[in-house]
Design a protein around this ligand. Sequence first.
Ligand SMILES: [Zn+2]
Length: 307
Amino acid sequence: MDTISLFIQLNSIIFGLVIGSFLSVCIYRIPLGRSIAIGPDEEEEVEPGLEALPSLPTQQFIDGKPVSILFPPRSFCPACRAQLPWFHNVPLFSWLLLRGRCGLCQAPISARYPIVELMSAFFCWLSFFHFGFTPTAFVIYGLCATLIVISFIDIDYFIIPNVITFPGIALGLATATANQFFSWFAYPCATGFVDGILGSLLGAGFLWLMAEGYFRIQGRVGMGLGDVKLLAFLGAFLGVWGSFYTIFIGSLVGSVVGIMMILVGGKKMSHHLPFGPYLAAGAILYMFSHTEWLRWIVALIVPLPIN
Ligand SMILES: [Zn+2]
């Protein structure tokens, strides 16, 4: 292995850890205050059949100012509200050195923080290892990072915030359009505008039909519109193949895990599962696998002249 490759790999891990620290901030702060900010007819509103789900956290204030992504600029301890000095906030290492406790008030700090940082570092390393130091690697890692945030928020509160998916759709269509003219982003990015827009519309449309069908048959909501919008976002970036791969593999992984939870965990069939993390898993598997046979099967189902 040459020196440059080693340099890029090492730096991608450090970069991934630092971004991972920011992702934890997003996971914690994006849902804050949403319980009052959501109007009666907004999509994030809890749908019928989902009333028993965890309620959204109320807005928090520090020194009288509402907590947001930008405020306070530094991380703070959820227990004592003190902003952390930088040496208490070094990704991964601070958590290990302080043995999972706040360095100021000794309150336990969730292991999720280092886990998110490690996941981010792993996908950052994988992106640059797999795609080289290319624009494609930045897009793919960006998608992975966003999917980490979406997955944990969905696990916590069963919502996928529009504040992530809507700009995501726009950004995805922008990269697809850039590819139309400049071919900046290689496979698995959408090859052009048509691929991006079809991926977005067909993927979201198919998932919406699934959700609607389930609601008609079962009489309760199995899948929220957040999942549909997530697919619109992923389809814009990954095109038609990526969109359908994500749905099929996501559903497959979700079913396997669901059945295992029923068999091993004694959960009931009606136990609600957030679908976002499985769609995220499907998309991530698509991004890092060159599975021609799966594209071939999808081509049979969706006979479109793309790629
Ligand atoms: Zn503290």
